[in-house]
Design a protein around this ligand. Sequence first.
Ligand code: IPM
Ligand code: MN
Length: 373
Amino acid sequence: MRANIAVLPGDGIGGEVTAEGVRVLWATAEKFGHDFAFEKALVGGAAIDATGVALPDETMSLAQESDAILLGAVGGPKWDDPKSTVRPEQSLFGLRKGFMLFANLRPVKLSPMLKSASTLKEEVLDGVDLVVVRELTGGLYFGQPSKRYEVDGTRHAIDTLPYSEEEVARVQHVAFKLARQRKKKVTSVDKQNVLATSRLWREIAGEVAAQYPDVAHEDMLVDACAMHLVRRPSTFDVIVTENMFGDILTDEASMLAGSMGMLPSASLGYDNDDPNAPVKGEKNSLRVGLYEPIHGSAPKYAGQNVANPIATILSAALMLRYSFGLEAEAQAIENAVSAVLEEGYRCNDIMEPGKTLLGTQEMGEIIANKVAG
Ligand code: IPM
Ligand code: MN
């Protein structure tokens, strides 16, 4: 197949890890006879420096014309001034909201050979294979008002956590459909003992669950979920939760896979043929998927060829699976990653005695060569 892929490297280690994602996609295209065209655009702090805004129009139009987006990471101390009205992170919010990417899939699967690299006990990690479906276009990240203000000379600030029943239902559907292809269990996570939005969340979760009688469903409070994730992580299958809870829980869950440097993500909107989609048959706007590692731009490691590119390479695999329906190709990349780990190659974040330390590029190359066979 032919596909146009927008590459948005961003800041810090973003350029280095996306280069390896592209390398591996390239190798996969060669091997399986596909024609992938890559085009780069500015995003985040790099875009602010060049154009004054985090998500320039040219970047948005490139993304719009593309079949999928591969993103590195954005942000860094250079753009961290709390008083500034332009911030690198705005680019992520613009892309997520602009393409209605309401479902953020973050799979957490432990490669058995990385068990000892984790800070958790090996017996706790046996069988960890879960996916967090994080709601990505609602809640605290987008709610208004969100501002600072003063009352009688005292500093105040407010953020708002809104959810509508449609927003909750559509992401629950994604979770239940995903669970059907997996271990058939959904844990819906909320804070219903405190938050009105969470009480709505739980009510809708129950209604959607009733439409999937073949899938087991439980509700769990987010604080309890945080605890169970390190206590009995292998009992989870699909976890579905609101934007902020999902952000926090996935950083925690990444440690189950050994490191943040291992965790990919896919941000998806509606399929054109999804019966739950509000708009049918519209090209692009509801179809472009965004693929990025869950980790940040790690400015202190930038430019040193030490960052682990595996999270981005696995995100590229998710692109092949979810945007292009190329399951065999996605698995070829995932198998190549496993094989390389099996052979003892490591980046710094997952390095252990007796293993072979590789830089970002070398890790990308060895995985690409494995895909090429
Ligand atoms: C993530 C990141 C972003 C988020 C930041 C960079 C705004 O932490 O994708 O998890 O909070 O969504
Ligand atoms: Mn995060």
